[in-house]
Design a protein around this ligand. Structure first.
Ligand code: DAH
Length: 385
């Protein structure tokens, strides 16, 4: 760069002297003979060549063209006006010949240089746009659906095939829907294992809590719809539990509710058994154990034959030798619940169940720690594409 600008400076200086020369007449310059003329024109030509040599871009090309060919202030215009026109007769034709040669030279070089400059500019643009297809691409790791999501989908698929609909409800609930309407009064001991997180409330605000189960959607659905009802409710639930291998302050459930005029315990058992065989495989056996939930009567705990030892039990660490694995709670809807939603308890019957999705996924895939679901370790997640 430095040398180019120095060269420019020098040529500017020369232009200045040449300009000064062309402003004078031949006579004033002391040119009397054709030999002097030849020297003068060859100096001019060298000057032009020098300037053309340092020219690199469109702008300097235009400047050079104007300096030499400009109609008014151009070098050739000055020569025409000051040398050619007033030339004495004996020099006239020699000036004309030299002048024409110089003009042809200037024209030719300018045209050549213009082509070169344009070609170079095109090359630069091409180089800038050049795509190197041999470069390795950017690797974008493709995610998979989380195992919990996959398990939700599998449970949904099975119940949708039985004619159930999917309903979703709020995770922030009122004590009424989470407890009271499910027949769990304020000081009932059943609340003890459902301690949860309460929203901060200010004077006049109603109490809000994070739902401890998906069961409140039983109430919300029956309030809105007339029987028959067949719904499943996938969602997140919360408990004030300390995290360990089987507990988390947030986990997932799918609630189920079927209410109609003629649903019996047989429908209930058939539905649950169908679900378990679809989910764990056709050879899975099932059993009930009696249990208690305030919103079902009778209430049961559902077990499946251990999928790890095929129900044999002996020596199996997963079922602790029993051959059975506890799955989830269920039961026939307690008539008291119908009272909260203005359903005719005398003419309706139904069943409900609450499936722990994390536990189901852990059992099916032999996962020993519920925390794995929430740590987002890709080495774990990748195992369930
Ligand atoms: N809501 C219960 C829980 O989270 C589970 C449950 C038990 C749901 C029995 C039901 C049911 O619908 O009938 O512990």
């Amino acid at each position: 760069m430095a040398s180019v600008s120095r060269a420019r400076e020098r040529s500017l200086l020369l232009v200045f002297t040449m300009k000064a020369q062309t402003a004078q007449s031949l006579d004033q310059l002391g040119v009397r003979f054709p030999e002097d003329l030849a020297r003068l024109f060859s100096e001019l030509r060298a000057e032009f060549d020098g300037q053309a040599g340092v020219m690199r871009d469109e702008a300097s090309w235009t400047a050079l063209r104007d300096a030499w060919l400009g109609r008014k202030a151009g070098m050739l215009a000055a020569i025409t006006a000051n040398w050619l026109k007033p030339a004495p007769v004996e020099l006239k034709s020699a000036v004309g010949v030299a002048f024409n040669a110089l003009r042809t030279h200037v024209d030719t070089v300018l045209a050549e240089r213009h082509r070169a400059i344009q070609a170079a500019a095109e090359q630069t643009a091409l180089a800038r746009e050049h795509l190197d297809l041999s470069l390795p691409g950017v690797m974008r790791p493709v995610g998979t659906r989380h195992l919990i999501r996959q398990t939700f989908s599998e449970v949904e698929r099975i119940f949708l095939s039985l004619g159930y609909q999917v309903a979703e409800g709020p995770e922030i609930e009122s004590p009424y829907y989470n407890f009271e309407a499910l027949n769990i009064p304020e000081f009932h001991p059943a609340r003890d294992n459902m301690d949860t997180f309460y929203m901060e409330t200010h004077a006049g605000q109603t109490t809000r809590l994070l739902r401890t189960h998906t069961s409140p959607m039983q109430i919300r659905t029956m309030e809105k719809r007339k029987p028959p009802v067949r719904i499943i409710v996938p969602g997140k639930v919360y408990r004030r539990d300390n995290p360990d291998a089987t507990h988390s302050f947030m986990f997932h459930q799918v609630e189920g509710l079927a209410v109609d005029t003629d649903l019996t315990f047989r429908d209930f058992k058939g539905t649950i058994e169908y679900f378990i065989r679809e989910f764990f495989g056709p050879s899975t056996k099932t059993r009930f154990r009696s249990s208690f939930f305030p919103f079902t009567e009778p209430s049961v705990e559902f077990d499946a034959s251990c999928i790890f030892c095929n129900g044999r039990g002996t020596g199996c660490p997963k079922c602790k030798g029993s051959g059975w694995i506890e799955l989830f709670g269920a039961g026939m809807v307690d008539p008291a619940v119908y009272g909260f939603v203005n359903y005719d308890a005398a003419n309706l019957s139904g069943f409900a169940f609450g499936i722990g999705i994390d536990r189901l996924a852990m059992l099916k895939h032999g996962i020993g720690d519920i925390q794995m679901f929430f740590q987002n370790d890709v080495r774990f997640l990748r195992q369930f594409p």
